[in-house]
Design a binder for this molecule. Structure first.
Ligand SMILES: Cc1ncc(COP(=O)(O)O)c(C=O)c1O
Length: 370
């Protein structure tokens, strides 16, 4: 292989999403990426299409300042959290929140000895993006009883990284965590508040609308909250994410992002989705009650162990090591249920009631055979 390429990238494993299955003979219930199971209502889609036709000039670059979108996001964040503190200067917009994760790494780690700290199992993109940038990732295990982070263990890892000359510049936590579905506990939040301002604390609230728990009202100088339009706001196809932090941090994210990182159509879609937020978020209650229905039913399956979920997905493992989860995921797929085998367990997104019925029936049938 060409020697101009970085040798570490030759063996690097990129994030691999399941390709959408287009074979009509094998339609799958796509319960592997934690999206909202419902497309945008046709009238909302139509409005985005009209904006495209009447207002977007395709020969012109998008609004690189994201001014309108930032103002609307700030209103949304305040309204949902019942606060007034957030203004457009507290917001940076990314091409998905994945882009913001990369901005964090660039802003904190590149060009100097650095590490990031993650608590596993967790969202894999932190480690994957760190690797692409040559940034070291320190992983500590979560407590298996409730998937919380042990602050003593985390502090010990931070101190060790300092001694090793690769200080932890950013800590990534998910609220609620993926794949394990637990929101941060009061103890974990208290620990995050003790992190010194040598380190940026990233609180990833991708599933905020489902957990209805947020730390945006308690922002500290070294905290950043990231969110996405890909889940509850039903815009995964458009790739829109945002960060909320104090203006000093946001101004650095704004400096290092690409100038036109968000296409005009994505900005229009995000603005339209926000203007219909009441309609779009009206299905959250159904998704939460479906989650609880599924959790109760999974509780009857003796071969599975599950944990409480604060999100729009469930996380299960085998009640003992004899259950082959990789095989179970493959067998579910062949029955039409696509879930994610990750972090040593199975992550099952909550779908429509019909999809959930099929999921449950497929699990029950396969586990009866196991
Ligand atoms: C915890 C978490 N953060 C971030 C993302 C990425 O979101 P986006 O689609 O905005 O890049 C995901 C996507 O699954 C996620 O689970």
């Amino acid at each position: 292989m060409s020697s101009f390429l970085r040798p570490d990238l030759l063996t690097f494993q990129a994030y691999s999403a399941n390709p959408p299955d287009k074979t009509p003979s094998q339609l799958l219930d796509q319960l592997d990426t934690n999206e909202c199971p419902y497309d945008l209502p046709p009238a909302v889609k139509q409005q985005i299409a009209e904006t495209y036709v009447t207002q977007i000039q395709t020969n012109r670059y998008p609004d690189g300042s994201h001014a309108d979108l930032k103002a609307e996001i700030a209103c949304y964040v305040n309204e949902m959290a019942g606060i007034e503190a957030i203004e457009a200067t507290h917001i940076s917009v990314g091409n998905g929140s994945d882009e913001l994760i990369r901005s964090v790494l660039i802003a904190t780690c590149l060009g100097r000895p650095s590490s990031i700290l993650v608590a596993s199992p967790t969202f894999s993109m932190y480690g994957i993006l760190a690797k692409t940038l040559g940034v070291n990732t320190i992983e500590i295990p979560r407590r298996e009883s409730d998937w919380s982070i042990d602050p003593d263990r985390a502090n010990a890892a931070i101190a060790q990284a300092q001694r090793d000359g690769q200080p932890v510049r950013a800590i990534f936590v998910v609220h609620p965590n993926s794949p394990t579905s637990n929101a941060l506990s009061a103890d974990e939040i208290a620990w995050l508040a003790t992190i010194s301002d040598e380190t940026l604390v990233v609180i990833d609230e991708a599933y905020y609308e489902f957990s209805r728990q947020t730390l945006v009202g308690q922002l500290r100088p070294n905290w950043v909250v990231t969110r996405t339009f890909s889940k509850a706001l039903r815009l995964a196809a458009h790739r829109v994410g945002y960060a909320v932090a104090l203006p000093d941090v946001i101004s650095i994210f704004e400096k290092i992002r690409l100038p036109y990182n968000l296409p005009s159509t994505a900005q229009a879609a995000a603005l339209t989705a926000l203007s219909h937020r009441k309609t779009l978020l009206a299905v959250i209650d159904e998704i939460i009650s479906e989650r609880d229905r599924l959790a109760t039913a999974f509780g009857q399956l003796a071969s599975l162990r599950q944990w409480r979920s604060d999100a729009n997905f469930l996380y299960v493992r085998g009640a003992n090591d004899s259950l082959n989860l990789a095989q179970l995921a493959t067998d579910l797929r062949s029955k039409g249920t696509l879930i994610r085998h990750t972090g040593g367990g199975l992550r099952i997104s909550i779908g429509t009631p019909t999809e959930n019925d099929r999921t449950l029936a497929n699990f029950t049938a396969l586990l009866a055979d196991a």
